[in-house]
Structure formats: C-alpha cells, structure tokens
Design a protein around this ligand. Structure first.
Ligand code: 5RP
Length: 221
C-alpha cells in the first residue's frame, strides 16, 4: 500500500494549472486522485476525465470538476495504474475491469503517466492474465476463437458467482498465457475477433512510469 501511495502521489507533480487530466482506475491512482483533491482545495484549477464509474464517484467526492470524453478531442495528461509494465513501457491493464475507457482516454492523451508499485515492473509481460473485454452476445464463441489462437486459456471473469459486467455492459475474459513475446502482434490479433471489444495490452502509449519501491524510494523511468 505504501509503495502504491508513493507512486500515486508523485504523479501530481506532472499536473499544471488549467490542464485536462485523465483519471485512471485502481488502488494506486486512488492516491493520485486524493492528492489532486487536496491541491484543488489549495487553488489548483484543472478538469478531470474519469476512466470508470468508481473513479467518477471518487473524483466527485474529492471535489474535482469533471468533463465528459464526448466534449473533448484531446486530454493534456492521463495518470493511470497498470497490472504489468515491461522495460519498453508496454502495459497489461484491466485488472480492475476498466480497460476500454482507460484505453480510449489514454489514446487521446498528450502524455500518459503510469503509476505502479515495484511488483508490477517485469521483464516480459504475461504472468498476469490479460483482460479482454468481449460482448455478452456470443461470448462463448469469442472464447473459442481466442482458444484457437493457441496457448491462451481464456476464463470468464466472475464476481459474486455471476459474470462480471463492465461499465460498458460487457464481459471480461481473463486470458492465461504465461508470456507475451510480441504484445503489439497479439493486441492486433485479438482485436480482429468480432466479439472482442478491446484488450488490455497498451502498446506504445505510456510516456513515463513512476515506480514506488518497498524501500520507500521512487523510481521514474
Ligand atoms: C483497472 C486497471 C488498473 O490500473 C490496474 O488493475 C492496476 O490497479 P492497481 O493500481 O489497483 O494495482 O487497469 O482496469
């Protein structure tokens, strides 16, 4: 928790007055949002764009004025967490189920800062099962199509013994694979399956990675 807090709070240093800021989802960026709330009380003027309903609720509670994505064509800065980050800054995201909105918001951001604790920094992506958001309609077919790609074991995400439903009304298949050698290729292949809405591989999107260490140190990559 302490290392997530370190990384999350450090990220506010990238925020400047007047910016439109994409607000990620999860327990690391939680600390960023709390800190932004404090800075707003001290006079910082920004607008946030939330990547999930949970983040929207938290941001409202913290007094952060919000904008809808539909009102915007670009975002100055997005700060978000990750489930895994490799040295090329490719990410696995979606452990918290918000990958579609997170990717949409990151895709129009001039700068994308990732906040994570040191356990998330890996040589090769893939130990963390890759979340893939799929339509409810025909999800079983989509699952079979992913299985047919080879060496992928997709499992329907459950919550309270029922399928987990995203903010967009879709399901998530958590894809177990162990290693992802070519994230850029896998991402395109997955998105070619008609029932796939989006996958949790973020390739060539992150600009800066802030890692909080268990020794209390922060590393900026
Ligand atoms: C949510 C995400 C999160 O950013 C990711 O799961 C990391 O979360 P946390 O900071 O709680 O470890 O992608 O969809």
């Amino acid at each position: 928790m302490e290392s997530k807090k370190l990384a999350g709070e450090k990220a506010v240093e990238y925020i400047k007055d007047g910016m439109i800021v994409g607000l990620g989802t999860g327990s690391t960026v939680y600390w960023t949002i709390l800190k932004i709330g404090e800075l707003i009380k001290q006079g910082l003027k920004i607008h946030g764009v939330p990547t999930s309903k949970d983040t929207e609720q938290l941001a409202v509670k913290m007094g952060i004025p919000l904008l809808n994505l539909s009102e915007l064509s670009k975002i100055d800065l997005t700060i978000d967490g990750a489930d895994e980050v490799n040295p090329r800054f490719d990410l696995i995201k979606g452990g918290g189920g918000a990958l579609l909105r997170e990717k949409m918001i990151a895709s129009i951001s001039e700068r994308f800062v990732v906040v994570a604790d040191e356990t998330k920094y890996v040589t090769t992506l893939g130990k963390f099962p890759l979340p893939v958001e799929v339509t409810q309609f025909g999800w079983e077919i989509t699952k079979k199509q992913i299985e047919r790609m080879g060496q992928i074991n997709p499992q329907l995400r459950l919550k309270d013994n029922a399928p987990y439903i995203t903010d967009n009304g879709n399901f998530i298949l958590d894809c177990y694979m162990n290693t992802i050698e070519k994230p850029e290729v896998l991402s395109v292949q997955l998105n070619m399956i008609p029932g796939v809405v989006e996958n949790g591989l973020f390739v060539n999107m992150a600009d800066t990675v802030i890692i909080g260490g268990s020794n209390g140190e922060i590393e900026i990559k």
